[in-house]
Ligand binder design. Structure first.
Ligand code: 4AD
Ligand code: MG
Length: 431
């Protein structure tokens, strides 16, 4: 007999198979029991008919508790009424791991309770669907950048520098000296781009964010491509192509998960249509003012402003050329203006805000040295970075996609804590 996963049921209709599963819920009468099963690949129903399986198997089925682990033998049938389309007519059950008083009962639970039990909650339908889509985004990311000729470069997590500002640093002791958990792999990616042309990093990054919002984690995963001989214009084309590729792959490979989440595929399809609009920061401020927002040139946009801008276009939108004063030191100066940099933030519609931040990088040794000093950063820590400008410096650009922001947006999830297996936020370090 063949051991299968639930997700492959369609290929085994009217065959007898074995499945290793857990019981998520159950309903029974005197003659028939409906077992809701999951095996990590999908969720479906097992039907146990007393008249067919006999007293013993039927009694076992009735006594199983939520999250009991069982080996189920049975025959796969099509079942047009179910969300999944197939079910198993159970002939045999072996209990492998019992379960008692599983805390996440089928009733409604509050967010704190679910997050305190995240190690168990991961088993349930919503986290299941989100994590499968997260996995698809990671898979598609590797496919995209490999196809485009990028080399994956692993940046260190323990670093001596603070390129994205010194206020949001996690500091730790490194054999008597200070080390910081990496805020970004970018500076290392720049070294990589000068060595291998086009690279991308993908790893955890850390920001001691004191803000409690739907969009901030203190530990999040970032994909940071960096490209030598590439202007910001060329970088924007790669960025939108990458985002459209991610969304298209989720549409193509995660129909089941999107259905579990009730995510409208027609909305997602709009996000695969290129190009994405580009709007200068100047024009964004004007547009916001015209629509009643109280914003002044020079401020960073908050969540209401970002939401308005992306919804206005019903597509992700690039806001380009931000004020220099609110952006990182490495961003390239605008060729004809001193107050803005050659940067872009990509804002996602439906209220999800910034999903990508990126820029062309300044190539001038003296200018960068000045900016580093101006920001109160230690020159000694950045000497290696300045070396990149001393030995064969070329125009280059890059960007960072926050994986959890992308997951939250594409899955249509309310809060970013749902987009990572074990979220770290201001108030949460466990489990
Ligand atoms: O805009 P940020 O700070 O840019 C950088 O770190 C650059 N070094 C990227 C680069 O050019 N290589 O962060 C990039 C992205 C944001 O657009 C957002 O999606 C995500 O990282 N991000 C966060 N995600 C979750 N929680 C947080 N606290 C985040 N901070 C940034
Ligand atoms: Mg940013």
């Amino acid at each position: 007999m063949q051991k299968i996963n639930i997700i492959d049921a369609a290929r085994h209709v009217e065959e007898e198979v074995e499945i290793g599963a857990w019981l998520t819920n159950k309903r029974s009468s005197g003659k028939i029991a409906f077992l809701q099963l999951r095996d990590g690949s999908a969720f479906f129903q097992g039907v146990v008919v007393k008249a067919k399986v006999g007293e013993e198997v039927f009694e076992l089925a009735k006594e199983l508790k939520q999250e009991a682990a069982i080996k189920v033998v049975g025959i796969i049938h099509e079942d047009k009424r179910s969300h999944f389309g197939y079910e198993i007519e159970v002939t045999k059950i072996i209990e492998i791991g019992s379960s008692d008083e599983y805390p996440i009962t089928p009733k409604e639970h509050g967010t704190d309770f679910l997050m305190d039990h995240r190690h168990l909650y991961l088993r349930h339908q919503k986290p299941f669907a989100i994590m499968k889509i997260r996995n698809e985004l990671i898979r598609a990311t590797y496919e995209f950048f490999n196809k485009e000729g990028f080399t994956k470069l692993d940046a260190p997590i323990l670093t001596g520098s603070a390129p994205e500002g010194t206020t949001e640093l996690f500091e730790t002791d490194y054999f008597g000296q200070s080390a910081y958990l990496s805020q970004t792999g970018q500076l290392y990616a720049e070294a990589g781009a000068m060595a291998y042309g086009k690279v991308f990093t993908f790893g955890p990054t850390f920001r001691a964010e004191k803000s409690k919002t739907r969009r901030h984690l203190t530990e999040f995963w970032m994909i940071e491509p960096e490209m030598a001989w590439t202007t910001q214009e060329e970088s924007l084309v790669i960025q939108e192509k990458y985002i459209a590729f991610l969304v298209q792959n989720v549409i193509d490979h995660n129909a089941y998960e999107l259905k579990l989440l009730d995510r409208d595929i027609d909305i997602l399809r709009k996000y695969t249509q290129l190009p994405f609009p580009r709007l200068s920061y100047d024009d964004a401020v004007t547009l916001l003012k015209d629509n009643g927002f109280d914003v002044e040139w020079g401020v960073d946009f908050g969540s209401p402003e970002e939401t308005f801008l992306a919804n206005h276009f019903e597509k992700p939108v690039f806001i380009i050329n931000f004020p220099k004063a609110i952006k990182a030191f490495y961003m390239k100066r605008h060729p004809s203006r001193d107050d803005v940099v050659v940067s872009a933030d990509l804002l996602a519609p439906e209220g999800y805000g910034e999903i990508i931040g990126g820029s062309e990088r300044d190539t001038d040794y003296e200018y960068l040295k000045e900016r580093i000093e101006e920001q109160g950063l230690s020159l000694a820590e950045y000497q290696w970075y300045l070396d990149l400008r001393q030995y064969g410096s070329v125009p280059h650009s890059g960007f960072g996609l926050g994986l959890e922001r992308a997951v939250t947006w594409i899955t249509g999830t309310e809060h970013i804590r749902e987009a990572i297996p074990f979220p770290r936020t201001l108030n949460r370090l466990r489990p």
